[in-house]
Write a protein that binds this ligand. Structure first.
Ligand code: SAM
Length: 287
């Protein structure tokens, strides 16, 4: 029997030392190279249309809801009354789509690569849907690191949907960046970031924890299952100064989410997302 091959006709997304997820490319819909990265949209029989930046799968039609619900609803429910939100990265618009389900007044999205926005809107419109046309949205094509260094604007919640820490996204994991965001967020502010695989990127979670702790009273990690990210199990980290994100009452979340349709995140799941199995708890900086 012929096995999966590395090379043409397949996307090989390396997860850790010695293993990768391999996807068959049933159709190459788009390929280009921006100033920052190689962009591809491919169709896979199981996952549908997939956005691939360099060789890393970013999001797919089949599972985008999991990651985007987790990175939006957890921090937005952790804030008592979010009105203004900031998204850094997230060019595919999936996180924006989920955040806009909350009664926010304004969302600023700062994505360094305008081509990611254009390509996803054209080739995978089911991910952003009509999020970019929402009058509450201000899209800035700019470096998120520079934006937080220079902007004087305040936000209630910030969500960082970055690529892995290399090249332009490296600065999105630094203590200086988190410190600037904490200052912009004020005393009740909440910040959530994707912090990589808890299996294969333990040092990344440790780095995020170390760099966030000086700036936030509570720094909590939570987990979700994202089938197309290496190892499937994925981590997110939330920093908050107003209240502990784990301790938000179930009834409050239920009220806030009652009119918001979700397929992964639920009020009852909220607290459980922060529960790490002992083998991971022992290996990670989780309290
Ligand atoms: N969920 C994805 C994952 O972890 O695989 C990330 C998806 S999202 C498309 C990541 C985005 O972050 C990319 O579009 C990339 O261009 C953007 N990005 C990287 N560095 C950035 C920076 N310094 N400022 C703003 N956006 C940045």
């Amino acid at each position: 029997m012929e096995g999966y091959r590395h090379g043409d006709g397949y996307i090989t997304d390396e997860g850790g030392d010695g293993f990768a997820h391999v996807y068959r490319v049933d159709e190459l819909l788009h390929e280009s190279r921006s100033q920052f990265q190689r962009l591809r949209v491919v169709r896979n029989a199981f996952f549908g249309r997939m956005l691939v930046l360099d060789d890393a799968v970013q999001t797919t039609e089949a599972d985008d809801f999991i990651y985007h619900e987790l990175l939006s609803h957890v921090p937005l429910c952790a804030h008592p009354e979010p009105k203004r939100a900031l998204i850094v990265g997230g060019g595919d618009g999936g996180l924006l789509r989920e955040a806009l389900r909350h009664p926010l007044e304004h969302v600023t999205m700062v994505e360094i690569d305008g081509e990611v926005v254009e390509v996803t809107r054209r080739w995978i419109p089911s991910i952003p849907q009509d999020a970019f046309e929402d009058p509450r949205v201000e899209l800035r094509v700019a470096d998120g690191v520079r934006f937080v260094e220079e902007s004087e604007v305040g936000f209630d919640v910030a969500m960082v949907d970055s690529t892995d820490p290399k090249g332009p996204s490296l600065g999105l994991f630094s203590s200086e960046f988190y410190g600037r965001l904490a200052a912009m967020l004020g005393s009740r502010g909440v910040l959530a970031v994707q912090s990589g695989s808890p299996l294969y990127q333990k040092e990344l979670i440790a780095l995020v924890a170390r760099n966030m702790r000086p700036h936030f009273r509570w720094v909590r990690h939570y987990l979700g299952h994202v089938p197309t990210y290496p190892g499937v199990l994925w981590s997110f980290t939330v920093g908050a100064n107003g209240r502990d994100p784990i301790e938000v009452p179930d009834e409050e979340i239920a009220g806030r989410m009652s009119a918001i349709p979700t397929k992964y995140y639920t009020p009852r799941a909220h607290r459980g997302l922060f529960e790490f199995p002992p083998y991971l708890r022992a290996a990670l900086p989780v309290e």
